[in-house]
Each structure stands twice: as structure tokens, then as C-alpha cells.
Design a protein around this ligand. Structure first.
Ligand code: HEM
Length: 127
């Protein structure tokens, strides 16, 4: 029973609200990025809906809420994404997470994103 407390403390600052803040701050930076911003701005018409979807996605990833019901691989398959785009994406994600969270919590968001980016990149390379 007491063994769970360490994990509770570790996750204490990962709340739905904190995830929303991270997602909003991240995509505000993405939209301004010279390398990957144009693709997002061309592709996404409804930014509030996209931010809701991505908040649900990260809620599922970090809090196991199951709020996200989608298929990220399929969503990216039809996009003209080059492998180098992932470096820009991950750099922005890392900077945003580091700005908003403790180093330990930022590292958890960054680690998850790196693994998901790896599998998306692999999927795209097999197109
Ligand atoms: C270079 C990297 C990336 C680019 C250019 C990119 C671009 C996009 C775009 C344009 C969409 C909207 C698709 C649409 O609605 O038509 C999208 C959706 C999404 N992206 Fe990415 N993405 C990238 C990397 C990532 C990574 C690393 C993650 C996760 C860690 C991620 C998670 C998602 C999710 C969950 C969606 C929503 C899919 C759905 O509609 O259910 N993306 N992405």
C-alpha cells in the first residue's frame, strides 16, 4: 500500500490542466516554427479541435485516462513529413516541457514523445 506513494508524488504535477497548458504552449510555438509550422498551418483548419484532441492524447499517454480514441499513425501517413521534421518537433517539445515542469516531469513527457516519434518515423519510412 505505502509502496504506491512514490509514484503518486512523481505524477502529482501531471494534471489535465497542466497537460492542456503544455499542449497549448507547444502548438503556439509549432505554428511559429519556420521548419514545421507551415505544414501544421496548412493542414489544420480547426485549432481548438486539434488542441482538444492532443490534450486528450497526452491525457491518455501520461494519465492512462483513455480519453483519446484515434489512430496517430494513420493521421500522419498521409502527411508530407520528412524525417528531419521530428528533430524540430522534439526540440520544441523538449523546450516547452522544460519551461513548464520540473526536470523530472519534463523528462517523462520528453521520454514518451521520443518513443512515439520513433514509431511514427518508422511507420512513415515504410510507406
Ligand atoms: C514532424 C513531426 C510531426 C508533424 C509534422 C505532425 C503533424 C500533424 C498534423 C498536421 C496533424 C493533423 C492531422 C489532421 O488532422 O489532418 C497531426 C495530428 C496528430 N499528431 Fe502529429 N505531427 C508530428 C509528430 C507527432 C508526434 C511526435 C506525436 C506524438 C508524440 C504526434 C501526435 C499527433 C496526434 C495524437 C494527432 C491527432 C491524430 C488524430 O486526429 O487522432 N504528432 N500531426
Amino acid at each position: 500500500m505505502f509502496a504506491d506513494h512514490g509514484d503518486d508524488r512523481k505524477d502529482a504535477d501531471i494534471t489535465e490542466q497542466a497537460i492542456r497548458r503544455l499542449v497549448h504552449a507547444f502548438y503556439a510555438r509549432v505554428r511559429q516554427d519556420p521548419a514545421i509550422g507551415p505544414l501544421f498551418n496548412r493542414q489544420i483548419d480547426d485549432w481548438p479541435a486539434h488542441l482538444d484532441t492532443l490534450s486528450a492524447f497526452w491525457s491518455s499517454v501520461m494519465l492512462s485516462t483513455g480519453r483519446y480514441k484515434g489512430t496517430p499513425m494513420a493521421a500522419h501517413m498521409r502527411l508530407p513529413i520528412e524525417p528531419v521534421f521530428f528533430e524540430h518537433w522534439l526540440a520544441l517539445w523538449g523546450r516547452t516541457a522544460t519551461d513548464l515542469f520540473t526536470p523530472e516531469t519534463a523528462a517523462r513527457f520528453i521520454g514518451k514523445a521520443e518513443r512515439i516519434a520513433e514509431s511514427l518515423k518508422l511507420g512513415l519510412s515504410l510507406r
